[in-house]
Design a protein around this ligand. Structure first.
Ligand code: ZN
Length: 417
């Protein structure tokens, strides 16, 4: 068991206040902090670049934002919580009537004291997210009252999207992908927990001297970051069969695991085995096209089996996408617990052998290799795998790089030597 509890707590505190988004200085600063933990490389992808069906957005930065009443009293203040501002809001400095302002206010559907998290990445707009009390404070005023609204933000067409990358070489050039996202502002479980946990996971892998796989570890803004990264690294990503997504790993609630698109894939089975061995009562989520960047990496061109282990999975906990997903809700202890589950999964996967039969068009001519009985047509196949020939044929049939030797041994009922 690794114990990074205190260090994780330290980075939770340092990184929580930063204003992250799909682009901008908050992301860069976050990555720079992570560099204290592992020597990741910060890469910049230029705004405006076409990446598959998408375009890398302009860089967004914000200095300040508030709503003031006619007497200059600050009613909503970005400096108190960056969640007050709809992420990627366009700049505004205007006196507005209540009826004009009201359409730009968002409140949480069910929790009155929570500030909801909202974004407007692909529609140019602006807005403020408020508690129910703040909403009432503004909306119960005289309909003729005017409000001063300021959003001191800017979009830079010559900016870039920042991401972190660390490649840890193993004995094999075959890669294993680990991906997490860095684009959420002050929310602890989604996904500061994953951002930090991935750094400590990378640190552990760096300390391993005997890795078989080469690990490609990335910290990207969700969706567009994964898409842009895949575009620029298509050849490598295409060659990957397995990976782990890291998201929402530090809540107070249950351990869960989301299967990859092929539920029979070895990595899913390994996670189940790890959770069972740890006596963890977990929730199993079948693969779904909604979710985090496993969506991109499971797409037709890549088809990477990319399950994830969570502690309070996205969508599933009450405080999801709200200001209550804070440092009271998430702890280094819970993140460290999930970190150990990821590391056990990787260690088990490292031990599994995934062989590929290179003669993959039609059968191999066994007699050429002296592996076929001299006298043909003399044997009838038995229902059970019993002879050496049966084992050889099944092995050649199943060694497609997806089934591990232990899976094959179970499948054909022959024990591993
Ligand atoms: Zn989210």
């Amino acid at each position: 068991m690794v114990d990074y509890i205190n260090k994780i707590d330290k980075y939770l505190k340092k990184l929580f206040p930063l204003t992250r988004s799909i682009t901008g200085n908050g992301n860069r600063e976050t990555l720079r902090y992570l560099k204290e933990i592992v020597p990741l490389e910060i890469k910049e992808l230029k705004s405006g670049t076409d990446v598959y069906d998408w375009k890398i957005p302009r860089e967004w930065n914000v200095e300040n934002a508030w709503i003031k009443d006619k007497n200059g009293n600050v009613l909503i203040d970005f400096m108190e919580s960056n969640l007050h501002l709809v992420s990627y809001s366009e700049p505004i400095n205007k006196i507005l009537k209540l009826s004009e302002l009201k359409n730009h206010l968002h409140k949480h559907k069910t929790i009155p004291e929570a500030i909801p998290y909202r974004t407007s990445y692909y529609k140019q707009d602006w807005g403020f997210c408020v508690t129910h009390d703040q909403y009432d404070e503004i909306c119960n005023r005289d309909p003729d009252e005017k409000f001063h609204v300021l959003i001191d933000s800017e979009f830079n067409e010559n900016g870039s999207l920042s991401l972190g990358e660390l490649i840890i070489p193993g004995k094999s050039k075959k890669e294993f992908l680990i991906s997490t996202y860095i684009c959420h502002p002050s929310m602890a479980n989604d996904n500061l927990s994953g951002t930090i946990m991935t750094a400590f996971m990378a640190k552990e892998l760096l300390n391993e001297s005997n890795l078989f796989y080469t690990y490609r570890i990335i910290w990207v803004p969700e969706t567009i970051g994964a898409i842009a990264y895949s575009f620029f690294n298509e050849k490598n990503i295409k060659a990957i069969n397995h990976g782990l997504e890291v998201t929402t790993v530090g809540g107070r609630g249950s351990i869960g695991y989301k299967q990859s698109f092929d539920s029979s894939d070895i990595l899913n089975l390994i996670i189940e085995e790890v959770l069972k061995n740890e006596n963890i009562d977990y929730i199993k989520y079948p693969f779904d096209i909604h979710g985090s960047d496993e969506r991109q990496f499971s797409s037709i061109g890549f088809r990477i089996n990319m399950p994830l282990i969570t502690k309070d999975k996205y969508y599933e906990y009450d405080y999801y996408h709200s200001s209550l997903d804070d440092l009271n809700y998430v702890s280094g202890k819970d993140i460290n617990k999930t970190l150990n589950l990821y590391l056990k999964t990787i260690k088990t996967f490292e031990k599994e052998s995934l062989y590929v039969n290179k003669l993959n068009f039609c059968e191999a001519m066994l007699s050429k290799y002296d592996l076929y009985p001299k006298l043909g047509a003399a044997q009838l196949p038995s229902k059970k795998v019993s002879s050496d020939k049966d084992i050889i044929l099944w092995l050649l049939h199943l060694c497609d790089g997806k089934y591990s030797i232990s899976q094959i041994s179970k499948k054909i009922g022959v024990s591993k030597i």
